[in-house]
Design a protein around this ligand. Structure first.
Ligand code: HEC
Length: 489
């Protein structure tokens, strides 16, 4: 059940990505009809999708490893599977289209390769079974494809709402940055008017954080494909169309100012210490990278890679003094890592369910965590990680907890479609802030602590006043999206 919830957030993004891809960019362009077949562009993906599950570097079924061009052409126990120019004599193709019992993938293990895909492989063999110029035959093909992958342009007008997994107020507090589909969108927090769109390589932003120097660090990725951590300068100039400024965060070095990390799966969370000297990000590879930014973003140095969780890292926080890293895991624990001693010092197990997010009091004396048990819990990061208090109130999984920068207040967001405010000492619950209409994945305070914003699955974002819970503005953060629920004019 809890997996299903998180699934809506991360795993189903795969399905959404496919839907977006087909709807916004049209069908994938099969080159087979026009011009020669490219191995890396057309053939490698067929093998990746249909064969690599068994013919990767670990399983090597039939002693056959298809991870590099060199190995793929060398073959397995039976020797070379390719006769360039002759698809009908090449086992590699023959086994895919075989009508006999022996087929690849084996009949009891999977569907046959779609006919059009097998035809592409046949054409490639007919054309000589060559590797594209410039690619090392020893290069890992999955990695090679990832590096070559080009992000699509974000949809001009969204036909489906963008899931809001992350948002942040700009340093001046006037605007909200929201994660979109292959972009970040910037909205006037008071009017809900779209101000800027910043193209990104990442399909989704899962976490974002403004450094004290005003640069925005974003953790994100493409589910199951790649993940990254990049820093953007949103004050860079772009071209303006219809009153909206368009920035290129994929190739323009004035916008994409720092590229900190590339990994094989999504990066789900990012945080910095209050002084901006340390940055931490974690995700699906279970690792948390910690960078030393004391020499500025330009001189960022990877300080350590912490592998302290048995499953995805869903949340990170750093104590203000930079001594402790606090993390939340899908392995149902929150943990504390001593960055100087480089060792795990506390495991907080009380949630006994997925822990989605953590926060830490500026002085490091209290850790806060939320999870699939619907609870907000406080505990001591020092000592033995003893629980201090817990508080219920949310009716469903709690996805985020953030601390107000100016007041002793916390905000949480939940699958119960609400954002709640809490006294961070007593955990006395303040108002449940209403107005969101789906799972609330993201919540953030403004830098002056006066406003709080939440967003979620259906793209809706609401900005409230912290003082009285009044709605300042509600809008859908998907450019050009017209809600199906709205009457047609
Ligand atoms: C579910 C696992 C599985 C998948 C998926 C799979 N294979 Fe295999 N493959 C095997 C096993 C097991 C063998 C060894 C038994 C055999 O040769 O029949 C094998 C053997 C082979 C061989 C013979 C290697 C040799 O030299 O003996 C070739 C060629 C091959 N596979 C190609 C492919 C291709 C191409 C695909 C994708 C279209 C594919 N396989 C997908 C399990 C798989």
């Amino acid at each position: 059940m809890h997996r299903r919830r998180y699934c809506a957030c991360v795993l189903c993004a795969v399905a959404a990505a496919v839907a977006y891809f087909l709807l916004f960019t049209g069908m994938p362009v099969a080159s087979a009809a026009d011009g020669p077949v490219s191995f890396i562009r057309d053939v490698a993906p067929v093998f990746q999708e249909n064969c690599l599950a068994c013919h990767d570097g670990k399983k090597k079924a039939g002693k056959y490893d298809m991870t590099t061009f060199e190995r793929l052409t060398a073959g397995g126990a039976n020797g070379e599977p390719l006769v360039p120019g002759k698809p009908e004599e090449s086992e590699l193709h023959g086994l895919m289209v075989s009508t006999e019992q022996r087929r690849m993938p084996p009949r009891d293990k999977g569907e046959a390769v779609p006919k059009d895909k097998a035809t592409v492989v046949a054409r490639w063999i007919k054309e000589g079974a060559k590797l594209d110029a410039g690619i090392d035959p020893k290069a890992d093909l999955v990695k090679e494809r990832r590096v070559r992958w080009q992000p699509p342009a974000p949809p001009e007008q969204y036909r489906f709402p963008a899931v809001v997994n992350a948002l942040a107020f700009t340093p001046g507090g006037k605007h909200l940055v929201v994660g979109g589909h292959h972009e970040l969108t910037v909205w006037d927090a008071a009017t809900g008017k779209l101000a800027k769109r910043i193209r990104t390589r990442a399909e989704r932003a899962y976490g974002m954080f403004f450094l004290p120097d005003g640069k925005l660090v974003v953790a994100g990725g493409r589910p199951g494909q790649e993940g990254d951590v990049r820093a953007y300068d949103l004050t860079a100039r772009g071209k303006t169309e219809n009153g909206v400024e368009l920035l290129d965060g994929v190739t323009d070095p004035k916008v994409l100012v720092k590229h900190l990390l590339d990994v094989e799966d999504s990066v789900l969370c990012v945080a910095a210490s209050a002084d901006g000297k340390l940055l931490a990000a974690g995700g699906c590879d279970r690792a948390v990278r910690v960078w030393d930014l004391s020499g500025g973003l330009d001189q960022a140095k990877l300080d350590q890679t912490v592998e302290n969780h048995a499953d995805w890292v869903l949340g990170v926080a750093l104590s203000a003094d930079g001594k402790f890293l606090v993390t939340a895991g899908r392995d149902k624990t929150a943990k504390v890592w001593d960055l100087k001693a480089r060792e795990s010092v506390v495991t907080f197990p009380e949630h006994q369910a997925i822990v989605y997010a953590v926060a830490v009091k500026p002085d490091g004396s209290t850790g806060f965590s939320v999870g699939a048990d619907k609870q907000l819990r406080t505990w001591k990061p020092g000592g033995e990680g003893k629980q201090v208090k817990n508080a219920g109130g949310h009716a469903d999984d709690v996805f985020k907890v953030v601390a107000n920068p100016k007041k002793p207040l916390l905000a949480t967001s939940s699958a119960d479609k609400s954002v709640r405010l809490w006294d961070s000492e007593s955990l006395a619950a303040g108002k449940a802030l209403a107005g969101l209409t789906d799972y609330a994945y993201a919540v953030a305070f403004s830098p002056d602590g006066e406003l709080v914003a939440g967003g979620g699955y259906d793209g809706n974002v609401v900005v409230w006043k912290v003082a009285d819970g009044a709605v300042v503005k509600a809008f859908n953060a998907s450019p050009g999206y017209v809600s199906k629920a709205e009457p047609k004019k």
